[in-house]
Design a protein. Structure first.
Lengths: 537, 139
């Protein structure tokens, strides 16, 4: 900006100087004076000619006209006298004000010449001749006066303009210089501040900033290494970083660096263990950037962070997840065992007792049959109630744990009890199972519960007419699919409070805990498909 | 095992009752006797049923399905292997399609679910006895 302002000021000053020079050269000749002389001479020659003196007023008049025009345009006249004067016209000032004034002068002269010709065309003996001559005199005098005034005004204007130009140029130059100084100071301060900030960041950062070559030789090491690894930075520079990395992790680090070295500006991350000055191992994460082609760096820049705490937390989480899985597994097993136990107890206790009671009541009915119709009716009512209770208990036993699952396997249990769950509902369930042999008991119970939950959801929510259940083996996996033609739903829109959601989560968790995979596809109006697969044990 | 005498002077069929629940087995015996059957014995396990049926040669074995040591279906198979004409009526607490099919394949006369009308038990035992007699006539 400063340079620009100084340049403008320079241009203005130059223009002022040129203008002044032109004015000096242009006004060396006193146009007004010469014009007055021209006018007087013209009048004299014309008048002489008109009065009968020997002269060549027409030739003189042309020469004078050209001379005047040349002078007015800033030219020069070698000879003013006679018909053979040499006149050279040069370009005058480009200033429009000067040109306007000169043109005005020229028009006055043209007018004067015109008048002269008019006088020539007039008979000297005529009464108006003397009047014309007088007019020419007056015009010539006026031209002289006007020209002097114009030159004076022009000079004054130019002086003013030049003064203003000088002032403006000076002001602009000063402003420019000040601006340049201010900007330079500001830039220097900012750069210094940034440099200080960068220095502080690098030195006080808990991260290690290291520049290495692709083989691991340290070119630069930030001072933070003293805090992180209890090692002086100077000790590291020149040594190979691999000497500090755990031997098991070295190949991984070298592989990343070698890979990055092939790709300018590429970045990558690697985790490894670093040995600190006191011999302990730190888990670190190192982000590497290839700046080998950057002339100011010329290496791989490593930004290394101590993640020992994070690593410990991750390890703790992993351990907790394993424990949680084991706990869940034990809980599921315990639940299944408990369901089985309750089912067996219902079978062995209440169901047998109630059945026996029913039989005994039938026996009593047989004994009191004759003549005691009312008593028999009552007995039969009691028996109906008993049978309903037995039926409910049997249903409960099956839901708790169908014994057929343990006795005959998953296929039989799916066919018997999932189909029986459609009782009272208009749902057709087709079962297609093609297992080569029975699954491990734990897998059977997982897939049975998934199917049980899925079919229960179809019955509760799907409003389906058909459901298809497929159980098959494919590439070492046991695949269970439950599909329906119901209303479907948006899987993302299941309210968390809905029981079905927990059921779905439970299904998924059970399958995944057993090393399998589970997924659900459903769209509103497009039915639902649940797929669970387990690795064949 | 309990040896029982018929309560009816003219038993229509000889029945062996097998149930690991002794109270239920007893109730079945009482009802069958009341309805005129001759109960040859009441036992509570499959092996006992096989042994007594070899000894007593009942017309019909009314047998629980789920029992310890040996289930009813296995016992029925062994009984039929020894006396092919003996009919078995299976009595179970679970209504399993698979079990029903297996029982049918084994030659079990019918499968009854606990909680059914006791009259149906009587009818089925009668039917089984009739089938035995029919088979005897044919042979």
């Amino acid at each position: 900006v400063a340079l620009y302002l100084i340049l403008i000021a320079g241009i203005l000053a130059y223009n002022a100087r040129v203008t002044q020079h032109q004015r000096s050269s242009a006004l060396v000749v006193n146009i007004a004076g010469r014009q007055a002389a021209f006018a007087e001479r013209y009048v004299k020659d014309v008048l002489l000619k008109a009065a009968g003196f020997q002269a060549d007023p027409e030739g003189d008049a042309r020469n004078l006209q050209r001379t005047a025009a040349a002078l007015l345009h800033g030219g020069e006249v070698r000879a003013v006298q006679g018909a053979f004067a040499t006149i050279t016209i040069q370009p005058a000032s480009s200033d429009w004000k000067v040109i306007a004034k000169l043109e005005h002068e020229e028009r006055l002269i043209q007018k004067l010449v015109g008048r002269g010709e008019a006088v020539l065309a007039t008979d000297p003996a005529s009464p108006e001749f003397s009047d014309r001559v007088q007019e020419l005199r007056i015009t010539g005098a006026q031209v002289s006066a006007i020209s002097n005034d114009a030159v004076g005004q022009m000079t004054l204007d130019l002086d003013n303009s030049l003064r203003q130009l000088r002032l403006v140029g000076l002001a602009l130059g000063l402003i420019g210089a000040l601006a340049a100084i201010a900007m330079a100071v500001l830039l220097r301060r900012t750069a210094a501040k940034q440099a200080r900030q960068f220095g502080t960041l690098v030195h006080q950062s808990s991260d290690l900033i290291t520049v290495i070559d692709p083989e691991g030789t340290v070119r630069y090491q930030s001072a933070s290494v003293e805090q992180v690894l209890s090692l002086p930075a100077s000790k590291l520079v020149g040594s190979n970083l691999c000497s500090l990395i755990h031997p098991e992790d070295v190949p991984r680090a070298l592989a990343l660096w070698a890979d990055l070295a092939q790709r300018p500006h590429a970045t990558g991350r690697v985790e490894y263990r670093l040995r600190s000055g006191n011999g302990s191992w730190l888990h670190v994460e190192s982000a590497a950037t290839n700046l080998l082609l950057d002339p100011t760096v010329g290496g791989l820049v490593l930004n290394t962070r101590d993640i020992t705490e994070r690593h410990e937390v991750e390890e703790a989480i992993k351990k907790l997840q394993v424990e949680r899985g084991q706990l869940l597994d034990r809980t599921v097993q315990a639940t299944e065992q408990e369901r089985k136990r309750i089912a067996v107890e219902l079978h062995d206790g209440p169901v047998q007792r109630l059945t026996a009671l029913d039989l005994k009541l039938t026996w009593i009915g047989g004994e009191v049959e004759r003549g005691q119709i009312e008593a028999v009716d009552r007995l039969q009512e009691v028996q109906s109630l008993l049978r309903e209770q037995i039926r409910q208990l049997r249903l409960m036993m099956t839901q708790l744990r169908p014994p057929i699952l343990d006795e005959r396997g998953l296929e039989a249990a799916l066919r018997d009890h999932l189909i029986s769950s459609e009782n009272g509902v208009e749902l057709q369930v087709s079962v297609e199972a093609s297992l080569l042999k029975r699954l491990a008991p734990a897998q059977e119970i997982i897939l049975y519960r998934v199917a049980q939950e899925a079919v229960a959801n179809v019955l509760k929510h799907a409003q389906a007419e058909h459901a298809w259940l497929t159980l098959q083996e494919r590439s070492g996996q046991v695949l269970l699919e439950i599909r329906d033609d119901g209303v479907g739903f948006d899987p993302l829109m299941i309210p968390h409070s809905r029981n079905g959601h927990f059921g779905i989560l439970g299904m998924r968790e059970r399958v995944e805990m057993a090393g399998g995979s589970w997924d659900l596809h459903s769209v509103p109006g497009g039915g639902t498909l649940i797929r669970a697969s387990l690795p064949r044990e | 095992m309990e040896s029982l005498r018929p309560t009816s002077p003219a038993p229509v069929a000889r029945v062996l009752v097998v149930d690991d629940d002794v109270i239920l087995g007893g109730a079945l015996c009482d009802l069958l006797r009341q309805k005129g059957f001759y109960v040859v014995g009441q036992v509570s396990s499959g092996p006992e049923a096989v042994a007594l049926s070899a000894e007593e040669e009942p017309d019909v074995v009314l047998m629980d399905f789920r029992m310890p040591m040996m289930d009813g279906l296995e016992a029925a198979t062994l009984i039929q292997a020894r006396s092919a004409l003996t009919q078995t009526v299976m009595f179970t607490a679970y209504d399993d399609e698979t079990l029903n099919a297996e029982a049918s394949e084994t030659g079990v006369y019918c499968l009854l679910v606990k909680g059914c009308n006791p009259d149906l038990i009587v009818e089925m035992v009668k039917g089984a006895a009739a089938r035995k007699r029919e088979l005897e006539r044919k042979t």
